[in-house]
Design a protein around this ligand. Sequence first.
Ligand SMILES: *[C@@H]1O[C@H](CO)[C@@H](O)[C@H](O)[C@H]1NC(C)=O
Ligand SMILES: *[C@@H]1O[C@H](CO)[C@@H](O)[C@H](O)[C@H]1NC(C)=O
Length: 329
Amino acid sequence: MPSKVSCLYVLTVVCWASALWYLSISRPSSSYVGQQLALPARKAAKSKSNFTFSNIRTRPLNPHAFDFVINEPKKCDADGPFLVILISTTHKEFDARQAIRETWGDESTFADIRIVTLFLLGRNTDAVLNQMVEQESQIFHDIVVEDFVDSYHNLTLKTLMGMRWVATFCPKAKYVMKTDSDIFVNMDNLVYKLLKPTTKPRRRYFTGYVINGGPIRDMRSKWYMSRDLYPDSKYPPFCSGTGYVFSADVAELIYKTSLHTRLLHLEDVYVGLCLRKLGIHPFQNSGFNHWKMAYSLCRYRRVITVHQISPEEMHRIWNDMSSKKHLRC
Ligand SMILES: *[C@@H]1O[C@H](CO)[C@@H](O)[C@H](O)[C@H]1NC(C)=O
Ligand SMILES: *[C@@H]1O[C@H](CO)[C@@H](O)[C@H](O)[C@H]1NC(C)=O
């Protein structure tokens, strides 16, 4: 009998721990709870300490034990906005945040449709940058910060913070978009063509640019994924992190699922793993462009997102599109 299996039959805390480690760590893509339930339950009853079967099963694998250090808990009113836009950003991107506030992220763009725009950040290792962001937050009240270290490798934590925020402080919102600070969003298309405020809000809905891919094993790649962290050769379908949209109920579902899902640093892949566990299939929408696209009025009128837009371009595009609303394509 293999040692890991025989171990399961020895009633010590150490073995329970190592058995769990084996089940959760070596099979990151399978259902955590399902694996646990496969264990014989009678063993737990005999366990002497409080480290029992049921305790183990509910103990989060990824507890997300962070506190909000900057928060906007009252930003959503009782019936919730139509759309919450969560923008992943870094401390130094003051210009990008300001450009977004003044263009597509302007909460007052639509007279009759309530939009909430929030920038997501972690804690910087530079105290001056933290202070500057704090001041910016006191002026605009559109920044949320949790006390994890802000870094590229922690982007998943940033997204999960956003999901947690919606679930906790804005549970009545209808839809949520997660995007980045170098994205141009065509709000008219997003709101009226895709989400349609006059129709019944969808549930368990998720859309964006769907990627069916697998892990990149080249260590030089920005998207490198080690075999230890993710042994499978395929990812579940996931939406490019440059912009995805979902019904607000999904925020809580993803956040809660993440507590029992081993963290991966690629946030969009990770959200895809949570969606697979939840049985939610992301819809492909080719309006979400996760690449750069040269500006032309007619082309940008057809998209929902465009990637790699500088703050200056954002202003230029916004001004051009706003001033030419009467023009036909
Ligand atoms: C075990 O849990 C029970 C009930 O939750 C508690 O009263 C008891 O103090 C715990 N024992 C230990 C050793 O932690
Ligand atoms: C991510 O955040 C955690 C919690 O603050 C921190 O311990 C860890 O070092 C960070 N990881 C990276 C790669 O910055």
